[in-house]
Design a protein around this ligand. Sequence first.
Ligand code: UD1
Length: 419
Amino acid sequence: MSILRIKGGRALSGSIRAHGSKNAILPMMAASILYPGITVLHGVPEILDVFYMIEILEQLGCKVKWQDSSLVIDASAIESVSLSSCMTGKMRSSVFLLGPLLARCGEAKLGQPGGCSIGSRPVDIHVAGLQQMGAELTEENGWLRASASCLHGNVIRLPFPSVGATENLIMAAVLAEGETILHHAAREPEIGDLCRMLQGMGARIKGIGSSTLEITGVDRLRESAYTVMGDRIEASTYLIAAAASGGELMVENVLPGQLTGVLTALSICGCDVMHNQRAVYLRRKDRLRPVPYLRTAPFPGFPTDVQSQMMALLSCADGESIIHETIFEGRFQTALELRKMGADICMEGNKAVIQGVQRLTGTKVCARDLRGGAALVIAGLTAEGITEICHCTYIQRGYAALAQHLVDLGADIEMVEIH
Ligand code: UD1
């Protein structure tokens, strides 16, 4: 087992380039099976979830190879439409295969999707949308079976702007007969990036970036290459780490307009934040100020994926902050770990009240999900003494070379193998 060991108290300083976005690359990899040939994806992050998705694609019959930081995916032959829970249980994003497999092969059989345990995470919106496109879906003995002799377009209104369901329905609609209109679709930037990648493959999609998407099915797609967007969640995590440590940081390869909620919160905390078109600079000098009320919401609201990191930051602000988590009910489990480090956090339902303390104290803590793990790293960077974080494979699912980047920025952090 490996643990992360951090000696807190050093201010981060320097610059970093965001890797390709985890939440954009995973659906793109799934989308590659829509075309029976080669799809090239550039700027792919070397994270565990990408390696899991490669295994899934290979299980289906694709040939996948790395060329530096690009993935060359050859989906000429799909040999299986079935993924057992051994594969799908490794990550939630396995559900992205549902739409593409139905569109390409007319059937799919998936085990239970896994992923971070941050709430119940049902797939009813995916299922209902695909049913409206003519698919039949049944769930039995832990298997989700889907079939469709021909997917057809429809007007679909999502009951909630689910990111994954929006992406699944887009991928299914690209090769469906006729026009699909998705109302109340999610607007996360990763969805726009997926749409642009699909356009490069020959898909016809209008309304990118809005909550109404119009997709006109085409008969076939074509070979394509696409560079994935920079990871706005990774960028936000490093900016918050710099803020927590009292340092300064430039993050490149991000679009500041995609970070508005996070940058506003960091400004309220008293950080100096500046940006140009593709980079953000942050500096913190004085004690952090609290954020009186912070609510997570679908894009362009404050991202749930940055909530835990913000909680770690606010644990040492000068006063009371309230965080209201509206997307995933299980996302406060990290508060229990932060409390072990001396944070004063009370949970009342989906609200957390944080009374800032002067300083956290290093101790042994446990990552319980990906972003919560990153939050513990942030807490450890600022804490007095040594913090040891176990279960850090969660962190490796979404952050490429995290410890090395933090060392380069001046942190005292190492990955240690323990037996
Ligand atoms: C994606 C992101 C994840 C992010 C989340 C919300 C990827 C790979 N993951 O996850 O990092 O935290 O968006 O921004 O892109 N829901 C249902 N029924 C459904 C689908 C979702 O009730 O069929 C609920 C979920 O339980 C949750 C909420 O809707 O409460 C948001 O889920 P969704 O937007 O679908 O998130 P994911 O696509 O799983």
